[in-house]
Design a protein around this ligand. Structure first.
Ligand code: 13P
Ligand code: 13P
Ligand code: MG
Ligand code: MG
Ligand code: MG
Length: 364
């Protein structure tokens, strides 16, 4: 028998502005998932939030893309939305694109990262949840975890990692995907992964096909054809015994790399790792945030979590992120703090250009 871990997330309303999901919403999600656990649909769950996004981490035996599991998650978010409307929370129902469930939560707004696997004798699993960024934010850290020997010592010294990994990359603009092998094709892979708004790691496998990592890649802006909310992502990563050690899975986040999605989904800023308690993007609606939760999966139950960035060893990273935030902010409306116009979530540029159309004069 296999275990499935499904992480499904959505922003259905927050205090104040796009800050923090209200605890009443998490309580409502808890009620729905508790019912599903009692009926046996779920074996276990853990609910958290990063900023205004609610993250539901669920274990069960029903496989990926299971209709009932997805419907349960969608129902939880629908009920939480009702409460958000009652409290007039900001962005109530923001990430729900439909008010009726139609078989699979993909394309309906929430983000999904899930994987099914046969449990090892001991199975450490790490879940990351972000706010004020996009799925491509995971390209750099996942590359480091699964392909960079200066991050992951095991790629060099552990025979069970020495073969490398396979990366499934989505082209989110053209709706197509490619699988690439590392270390053999690492330079070609990096050529794609550097374009974080277009090429996004969806899954990583061992060379024998065993699943190692999964990321939510839903891009709400493209799905709905217009801006309906940034696609703050989640990821699930397996650790130890044939996979990178837990510490190797966590290490890349000691570097607060620049990601897109801060303020109005239209700015670049540093990704700051924090505890769950400190996952409150407040300064200029940010800076972008990531939390990490370490579990052991045991007979389809979640043991833990350990709040991974609740570690003073990450204090210098947070300080560096705060300094980078100040530096980036000083650019105001200029690139590369502000995103290029094609990538902005909210943009006045077409209107400005229309207004100026007649005043633009051809040059020789
Ligand atoms: P322990 O001796 O604390 O179990 O550590 C094993 C290890 O090598 C961790 O990276
Ligand atoms: P969310 O996607 O987290 O709602 O952020 C919207 C935004 O751009 C806040 O400035
Ligand atoms: Mg929001
Ligand atoms: Mg958010
Ligand atoms: Mg969002």
């Amino acid at each position: 028998t296999k275990t499935t871990i499904s992480v499904i997330k959505a922003d259905v309303g927050s205090v104040s502005g796009h800050g923090v999901a209200h605890p009443a919403l998490l309580d409502i999600c808890e009620d729905t998932l508790e019912n599903a656990r009692e009926t046996g649909l779920l074996n276990d769950y853990y609910i958290t939030r990063c900023g205004d996004d609610i993250d539901m981490i669920m274990t069960h035996r029903n496989g990926e893309e299971n209709e009932e599991v997805h419907e349960t998650a969608f129902t939880a978010f629908m009920k939480a939305t009702e409460k958000a409307r009652e409290l007039k929370l900001y962005g109530a129902g923001q990430d729900l694109l439909s008010d009726t469930f139609s078989g699979n939560i993909k394309g309906m707004g929430p983000g999904v990262a899930e994987m099914e696997f046969k449990e090892r004798p001991s199975d450490p699993v790490i879940v990351y949840c972000c706010d004020k960024t996009e799925p491509g934010a995971f390209n750099l850290p996942l590359y480091k975890i699964f392909a960079d020997p200066f991050n992951t010592a095991g790629l060099v010294i552990d025979p069970s990692l020495h073969d490398g990994f396979k990366f499934e990359v989505f082209d989110v603009m053209e709706h197509r995907k490619v699988i690439m092998e590392c270390p053999e094709e690492s330079y070609d892979l990096l050529a794609l992964l550097g374009s974080t708004g277009r090429y996004v790691i969806k899954r990583i496998f061992k060379k024998n096909g065993e699943i190692a990592a999964a990321v939510s890649t839903e891009r709400l802006n493209l799905m709905a054809g217009q801006y309906v909310g940034k696609d703050d992502p989640v990821a699930v990563v397996r650790a130890q015994s044939g996979f990178p050690a837990a510490g190797e899975v966590i290490e890349p986040f000691a570097f607060p790399h620049l990601v897109s999605g801060w303020m109005r989904g239209s700015h670049n800023g540093p990704l700051m790792p924090t505890s769950q308690e400190e996952a409150n993007p407040i300064r200029f609606d940010g800076p972008p945030r990531i939390i990490g939760l370490g579990f052991q999966v045991a007979d389809s139950e979640l043991i833990g979590p350990v709040d991974l960035f609740d570690d003073p060893a990450f204090d210098p990273t947070r300080k560096e992120a705060a300094n980078i935030a100040t530096y980036m902010r000083r650019h105001g409306p200029f690139e590369p703090h502000r995103l290029p116009s094609e990538e902005m979530e909210y943009t006045s540029l077409p209107g400005v250009l229309t207004k100026l159309e007649e005043r633009f004069k051809k040059m020789d």
